[in-house]
Design a protein around this ligand. Structure first.
Ligand code: FES
Length: 471
């Protein structure tokens, strides 16, 4: 039998117009797909526990730590954002050191997420992280945080991504995200490093550039230590270099991340090649005092939001999740007459530093509430057992045995307590005891300072005395 050999014609991929993040369309959609998006969880900062599941050494003194949330939920974030991680560098019973790290993985793969940490031998935290974090390590995190990220929808997705040194981590998240999505995009990455063998993710970047015609990657090496066979660019960032890699830079959105000096130079040069200020987005990796204060303010706001959300979930997990995502009005796409996609985000609320606004009004309400604290002796009592748990907000007394974990009888009696792992790991069932004693056998779902503040995890706690509980 004769086989005919014919030339295989590879079709150019037919791309949809622009780039759109998967959640953008789905979240504004009808009930079916919207419920799929809801599975990704709410898009605002939360405090959660996460377990390291893998460690990937990178070149350039970096290490990638792959995590998954202990509560089993995916982490919803946008490419470029960061999380704040509490590292118990001085032991579990001491205050942890909080540090922010960009997420280097793509949010289109949300069941695990990566942070990539560069070791600074003179630092307190990064050497500890490299030496101590292993698969199985559980850490407390807050996030996602940060306004430095790709848009949810962009009909003209043309980007210039600039990275220097460890500044590649949020840029890598962006590259991975764009590569994982369909759609037209035109991406130029310019990555500066100090040593030829120190470009983190270079194998993956080379692979992506070789299979995805939308993404081009250029490397530039400082003149010192340049090997003879170096084929990339040389020297610091200049206007000529920007022109060389992206002659149309002024039509692109620029995302840049790296040390402060590098970003200051980039800002100046981008102006020279005609890039408008409004098209420049920057993330400082090592910042001056002003930048650090801005980061702290962002984190404080994120912590406030996380606390509010946690309270809402504790009040009524069912109602809370039912209300997602419409209650927050997040990322609903709109179309203008010309067909342009717009992403509409969560309106920002200003904080009230002097406490003269709504906080003060709430404080007044609290005082009033205290005055009408209910009397537990008038509550209905359910269950059998030798001890009585009074749930003040629900208004019920539950009788339990000292050997019984508190969560089950409480939930059966109608006390609304959100709970995921039921093993003391995820922290989602955390509640406050107003009086009485518990014995708790947790697995990292609560911190020493929270226990000091009267919190406990009813899924892994037994009552030792009668108790009054704020739930
Ligand atoms: S349900 Fe996870 S810690 Fe209690």
């Amino acid at each position: 039998m004769t086989e005919l050999l014919t030339e295989t014609v590879v079709q150019e991929p037919h791309r949809i117009r622009g780039l759109e993040m998967p959640w953008n369309r789905v979240m504004g959609s009808t009930e079916g797909p919207a419920s799929a998006a809801r599975a990704l969880g709410p898009w605002h900062p939360q405090e959660f526990m996460a377990e390291c599941v893998e460690i990937v050494p990178e070149v350039g003194g970096m290490m990638t730590f792959v995590f998954r949330r202990s509560d089993g939920a995916p982490l919803a974030f946008r490419a470029g954002q960061y999380v704040s991680v509490a590292f118990p560098v001085n032991g579990e019973d001491q205050d942890p050191a909080d540090r922010s790290y960009s997420l280097s993985s793509a949010p289109t793969k949300p069941w695990t997420f990566d942070i990539t940490v560069k070791r600074d031998p003179t630092g307190l935290v990064s050497p500890w992280v490299h030496e101590n974090i292993k698969p199985g390590t559980v850490l407390e995190m807050l996030g996602p945080v940060g306004a430095f990220h790709l848009p949810d929808a962009d009909r003209r997705a043309r980007y210039l991504l600039l990275a220097a040194g460890a500044g590649i981590t949020p840029i890598m998240s962006m590259v991975r995200t764009i590569h994982s999505l369909p759609g037209e995009a035109d991406v130029v990455v310019l990555y500066h490093g100090a040593a030829a063998e120190g470009f983190a993710f270079n194998k993956e970047l080379a692979y992506i550039a070789s299979v995805d015609s939308r993404i081009k990657v250029f490397y530039s090496l400082g003149d010192r230590g340049k090997p003879d066979d170096w084929e990339g660019l040389s020297g610091r960032l200049t206007a000529a270099m920007l022109d060389q890699v992206a002659p149309d830079a002024n039509g692109r959105q620029v995302y840049a991340c790296g040390p402060e000096g590098y970003l200051n130079t980039a800002t100046e040069l981008l102006g020279k090649v005609g890039v408008d200020d409004t098209s420049i987005h920057m993330e400082f990796f090592t910042g001056d005092r002003q930048t650090i204060l801005e980061y702290q303010a962002e984190l404080a706001l994120a912590a406030d939001i996380a606390e509010e959300i946690a309270e809402e979930i504790a009040d009524s997990a069912e109602d809370y999740y039912e209300s997602q995502p419409t209650a927050f009005g997040l990322y609903e796409p709109g179309y203008d007459a010309g067909g342009t996609l717009k992403a509409t985000g969560l309106p920002l609320e200003t904080s009230d530093p002097d406490g003269s606004g709504s906080d003060a009004a709430d404080g007044g309400a609290d005082v009033e509430q205290e005055a009408v604290t209910p009397d537990a002796s008038s509550f209905e009592t359910v269950g059998t057992g030798s001890l009585t748990l009074s749930f003040m907000r629900t208004g019920i007394n539950v009788r339990v045995d000292p050997s019984e974990h508190i969560l089950g009888p409480a939930q059966r009696a109608g006390v609304r307590i959100g709970a995921n792992c039921k093993e003391g790991m995820c922290g989602s069932c955390k509640i406050v005891k107003l009086s009485g004693e518990v014995e708790m056998n947790h697995q990292g779902g609560i911190r020493a300072r929270e226990i000091d503040a009267g919190k406990f995890l009813p899924c892994c706690s037994t009552a030792q005395t009668d108790m009054v509980i704020d739930a």
